[in-house]
Write a protein that binds this ligand. Structure first.
Ligand code: FES
Length: 159
C-alpha cells in the first residue's frame, strides 16, 4: 500500500481542477483527494465548494454520506472487516465488537498511535471462508477473535 502524501492545498487545487470537467465531478474529485492524501481534509471542503458552486454543507453531506471517504488521516495499516450476510452468519458481529475493543476505535477511525485505521466493507468475495478480514489489501478467511489478534500483532511488527 503506497503512503499518502501529507495534506497540501496546492496539490488539492490541482486535483480538483483536473476533474472539474467530468460529469458528476464531486465524486471523482473526492476519490482523487483521498487517493493522494489518504483522507479528505476539512480544508478541502471550501475548495470543492468554490470549484463546483455548491455550499460547504452540501460537500460535507456527500463526504459523510459515502462511508468510503475518510475524514482523518489514514493509519499505517488499514483493517477492513466484512459485515455482509455470509460473514454475519459466521460471527462477524462478534469479531467487529472484538476489533473495536481491541483497537479502541469505531469504524472510519484511526488508533491514537496512527498505526491502524478500522473500516467496514460489505463482501470481500471470500464468503466461503467467512468471516473475512482484509489488512493492507491482503485477504484473510475464517478469522476468529484470537486469529484477529494474531494478524494485528504480525501486521504491527512490520512497521
Ligand atoms: S460476505 Fe463476507 S466475504 Fe462475502
Amino acid at each position: 500500500m503506497s503512503s499518502p502524501s501529507p495534506w497540501n492545498a496546492e496539490t488539492a487545487a490541482v486535483l480538483i481542477a483536473e476533474h472539474r470537467a467530468l460529469p458528476g465531478a464531486l465524486l471523482p474529485m473526492l476519490h482523487a483527494l483521498q487517493e493522494e492524501f489518504g483522507y479528505i481534509d476539512q480544508a478541502a471542503v471550501p475548495l470543492l465548494a468554490d470549484a463546483l458552486n455548491l455550499s460547504r454543507a452540501e460537500i460535507h453531506g456527500v463526504i459523510t454520506f459515502y462511508h468510503d471517504f475518510r475524514r482523518e488521516p489514514r493509519g499505517r495499516h488499514v483493517v477492513k472487516l466484512c459485515r455482509a450476510e455470509s460473514c454475519q452468519s459466521m460471527g462477524a458481529d462478534r469479531l467487529v465488537a472484538h476489533a473495536k475493543g481491541r483497537l479502541g476505535v469505531d469504524f472510519h477511525h484511526t488508533t491514537k498511535d496512527g498505526r491502524f485505521t478500522l473500516e467496514q466493507v460489505f463482501c470481500l468475495g471470500n464468503c466461503a471462508l467467512s468471516p473475512a478480514v482484509m489488512i493492507d489489501g491482503e485477504l484473510h478467511g475464517r478469522v476468529d477473535e484470537a486469529g484477529f489478534d494474531r494478524l494485528l500483532q504480525e501486521t504491527g511488527k512490520s512497521k
